[in-house]
Design a protein around this ligand. Structure first.
Ligand SMILES: *[C@@H]1O[C@H](CO)[C@@H](O)[C@H](O)[C@H]1NC(C)=O
Length: 338
């Protein structure tokens, strides 16, 4: 490269690097089991190759991954944990929360023109047969909820709005201000004064115990064509986190626990009521194959009304939870070929 040209290219590269690193994008910070009352229980787990924020080597780029060919970031392609960031331990069928920071994408939406209103969609996929070289195109929008999609190695566990309707980073923006007054909580060791966003899902009840179950969190956040003058054709923008959960058998003493969301709990440990309801309500959600199996009996039927939403947020439905519990965990029948 000749001097002036080379310098120009280097400056552009530097500018690009700066632009991408100044945007703190999102990844799954923690996985937590959700108890039948909707509260987080037990120790959190972490994604593959996790770099904790307290680690001196931490930077956003250590954890964010703009997926194109490979589904997982290079540090997350094998089932490897880092020291201090163990896997989540959960029973087959357990509900779990995948929590992430919105980093302004929810509370300061005006900073990115042409982005979807719900700040994009999170697709959560699960498999017992992950590949180290997993390709985005083999999984995303290919695997489906009944496990019949693509190569049939996995399933779509849930599709969630990136903005769960409650999460916020503390800042001066209107959305953040509204949510701070609507959803107050004591600052905690993980979230500080913020409230992290959630994608709540359930591990399939037929996930074999004694094995890791793999979860791919895929945040699909495209830019619409013709809105941003710099992006006349729009663009695909997909961030992922790859993680595993150690699946154990449900313990006997946990059997026959009523599923009933406790609306009176601290937001520091509370799952999202609407997502929790979808997981446990056999009559709602994406999964047409939900049925109640065996000798299950209804153990609770309580209306779950989500908290009032801030102005401007999409209204949430009022749903009724009718739960059928045969064991600690709600048994959601799944195809055996997932
Ligand atoms: C929810 O259930 C868990 C597990 O049984 C229990 O430890 C916790 O105290 C309960 N939380 C509330 C707010 O009732």
């Amino acid at each position: 490269m000749d001097g002036a040209y080379g310098m120009g290219v280097r400056l552009i590269l530097l500018a690009l690097l700066f632009t991408t690193t100044t945007w703190a994008h999102s990844w799954v910070e923690q996985l937590t089991v959700i108890a039948p009352n909707g509260s987080f229980i037990g120790a959190p787990g972490y994604p593959r190759g996790n770099v904790l924020r307290s680690n001196p080597a931490f930077s956003d780029t250590a954890m964010t991954y703009l997926a194109e060919d490979y589904l997982c970031k290079d540090t997350q392609r094998t089932q490897t944990q880092t020291e201090g960031s163990p896997r989540l331990q959960a029973s087959a069928g357990a509900a779990i929360a995948l929590r992430f920071q919105e980093n302004g994408h929810v509370t300061l939406p005006e900073t990115q023109p042409g982005k979807p209103k719900n700040r994009g969609t999170v697709y959560v996929y699960g498999t017992t047969s992950p590949k180290d070289d997993e390709k985005l195109a083999d999984v995303h929008k290919v695997w489906n909820s009944d496990g019949s999609g693509g190569d049939k190695r996995g399933v779509l566990l849930a599709k969630r709005k990136y903005d769960d309707g409650r999460c916020y980073q503390v800042n001066g923006g209107t959305i953040s201000q509204q949510r701070q007054s609507e959803y107050p909580h004591e600052a905690d060791q993980y979230m500080g004064a913020d409230i992290w966003c959630q994608s709540d899902i359930a591990i399939p009840s037929n996930a074999p115990s004694g094995n890791p179950y793999t979860i791919y969190w895929v945040w699909d956040w495209p830019t619409e064509a013709g809105v941003d003058p710099n992006l006349p054709n729009g663009k695909q923008e997909i961030y992922t986190t790859c993680m595993d959960v150690d699946v154990g058998a449900a313990s006997v003493h946990q059997s026959r626990v009523a599923v009933a969301y406790d609306h009176d709990q601290s937001l520091n440990r509370a799952s999202m009521p609407d997502q929790f309801a979808e997981i446990y309500n056999s009559d709602s959600g994406d999964f047409a194959d939900d049925t109640v199996g065996g000798s299950s009996v209804p153990v609770s039927s309580n209306p779950v009304t989500t908290a009032p939403q801030p102005t401007g947020a999409p209204p949430m439905a009022t749903v009724t939870v009718t739960s059928y519990v045969t064991s600690m965990v709600y048994v959601r029948p799944r195809p055996t070929s997932y």
